[in-house]
Design a protein around this ligand. Structure first.
Ligand SMILES: [Zn+2]
Length: 115
């Protein structure tokens, strides 16, 4: 099994757990396969370099993380204007406050985001 095939297999299994919203099973999956998945993603990103970075939840590895921010209404723009982004981060998948680690998006992930 090639690195690429294994990465696709693990990503598919992770996506199915996400689709089923089975977060306990996802957490168990990431405890077991997380280090291998991280290595495969790093290898994939190295073999398919992009300039795009993402941030991942340290609990579950998800890139679906959000940061606290402060915005106010700008009457000239007629819209809310982002003033500050704070350090506090929340994972929207495992629903916990988290730290993040940075990694490069693979070409496959980038293509999925652009759909
Ligand atoms: Zn998480």
């Amino acid at each position: 099994m090639t690195t690429n095939t294994r990465l696709i297999e693990l990503e598919d299994r992770l996506r199915k757990l996400d689709d089923a919203c089975d977060y306990p099973a996802k957490e168990r999956f990431l405890q077991w396969y997380g280090p291998e998945l991280r290595d495969l993603r790093d290898t994939d990103a190295t073999e398919n370099p992009t300039q795009y970075k993402t941030f991942c939840c340290t609990h579950c590895g998800s890139t679906n993380v959000g940061r606290d921010a402060f915005a106010h209404w700008n009457p000239i723009l007629g819209d809310d204007e982002l003033l500050t982004v704070y350090d506090d981060t929340t994972c929207l998948d495992c629903d916990r406050e988290c730290s993040t680690y940075e990694r490069t998006l693979s070409v496959r992930e980038l293509e999925a985001l652009q759909k």
